[in-house]
Design a protein around this ligand. Structure first.
Ligand code: PLP
Length: 398
């Protein structure tokens, strides 16, 4: 376990306030910024002025407040915020690869990421090898002289495999490539940078914002890497332009300050439901259960204050049974049949036909994804016992 300060305290200790002493930093509602000297503008274009803002696609003060808070949480030198998680993932990857390069990735990732790696990158002659990320020998065997990135999710979507970040970082370091970790499922619980990852990406849409009122993302890494992303000549983020709107940054920053409390509650509720599902004999996957194949690894990697996370899955064996249970649970008020996750209410969906529908069925079966798999993002319910009674009733009716 890491011995540094916990991520919640790192955020709490940020000593920033607005220009008028506001307890919430002022919102910079401006696309462009003025200069008193023409030379300063020139120097800013070259990235040679500290604290000067040029144009909001490059940097915006409100985005910087959020990015700095995320960098503090992650323990990275810097961060940059994007208009979606996919904006973060695609920019982070494209900044590091050229035509002719190669990437090794976990075969289980969010469906959009899978589709980008599988269908989009080959257009630019970038090769991708998909491996079982828990099989470190397979990861090593997949590395080639032109491999630039090892890509994974800390807790994979939707199979909930735990990535052995220190071991993967070691493979990356020995082979001169970068380890990128998508930590969307486990903010605060897992700190990829403390464990050796070079770059951490997020969909802020999920737990970090927690309100399901916007899509947003972030890239956390070294000063040098973040500066390269916004280089006016060849920075992927600067040139493709997936910047976050500062009004959204401001509201996400406020929500970030309650993340530690929310993660504890999501985790406690998910643990409660996992145990109950198991007690009645359902096949349940949750890294907090001792029979999860990566339970011990997760215990080694996680920050114990925040639990094992809010995501679990159950296997209803067929799509029809899964659909029937989800429809009943929605009608009875357990939560919503909806994609996405990290919301204060419980969300559930059948992964194979929704957030992983980009993954061919044959690959889904190879990775062990049942057609009846229901992924739950467990909400912040005050009485999870009451929620369980409703779920039990729904299960009895299908
Ligand atoms: N990463 C993970 C693990 C996800 O589950 C998702 C979306 O579901 C994304 C990234 C993409 O994020 P966004 O929808 O904000 O672009």
């Amino acid at each position: 376990m890491n011995t540094k300060k916990d991520p919640a305290t790192r955020i709490q200790e940020l000593k920033k306030f607005g220009e008028f002493g506001d307890v919430n930093p002022s919102i910079s509602d401006s696309a462009t910024f003025t200069f008193m000297k023409a030379q300063t503008m020139l120097d800013t274009f070259k990235g040679e002025t500290e604290g000067c803002f040029l144009y909001s696609r490059h940097w915006n003060p409100t985005n910087k407040y959020l990015a700095d808070a995320l960098a503090a949480m992650e323990g990275t030198e810097a961060a940059w915020v994007t208009a979606s998680g996919m904006g973060a993932i695609t920019s982070a990857i494209l900044q590091l690869v050229n035509s002719g390069d190669h990437i090794v990735t976990s075969r289980t990732t969010y469906g959009g990421t899978f589709a980008f790696l599988k269908n989009y990158l080959p257009k630019f002659n970038i090769d991708v090898t998909f491996v079982n990320i828990s099989d470190l020998d397979a990861v090593k065997a997949a590395i080639r002289p032109n491999t630039k990135i090892i890509y994974t999710e800390s807790l994979t979507n939707p199979m909930l495999q735990v990535s052995d970040i220190p071991a993967l970082a070691d493979i990356a370091n020995k082979n001169g490539c970068k380890l990128i970790v998508d930590n969307t499922f486990t903010p605060m619980i897992i700190l990829p940078t403390d464990l050796g990852a070079h770059i951490t990406v997020y969909s802020l849409t999920k737990f970090i914002n927690g309100k399901n009122d916007c899509v947003a993302g972030a890239i956390c890494g070294t000063e040098e890497y973040i500066a390269s992303l916004i280089d006016v000549n060849d920075g992927t983020a600067m040139l493709l332009g997936p910047v976050l709107d500062p009004l959204r940054s401001s509201s996400i920053l406020k929500n970030l300050h309650t993340l530690h409390i929310r993660m504890k509650q999501h985790s406690a509720n998910a643990m409660f439901l996992s145990k109950k599902f198991k007690e009645i004999g359902l096949r349940v996957t949750y890294p907090g259960l001792p029979d999860h194949p990566d339970h011990e690894l997760m215990k080694k990697l996680m920050h114990p204050d925040f639990g094992f996370g809010g995501i679990l899955s159950i296997d209803m064996e067929t799509f029809e049974r899964a659909a029937s249970l989800m429809e009943k649970m929605e009608l009875e008020g357990v939560g919503y049949l909806a994609v996405s996750l990290g919301y204060f209410k419980t969300l559930f969906s059948n992964s194979g036909k929704s957030t992983s529908s980009e993954v061919p069925e044959e690959t889904q079966r190879e990775m062990g994804m049942s057609e009846g798999l229901i992924r739950f993002s467990v909400g912040l319910d005050h009485s999870i016992e009451n929620t369980w009674e409703i779920i039990k009733k729904c299960l009895n009716e299908i």
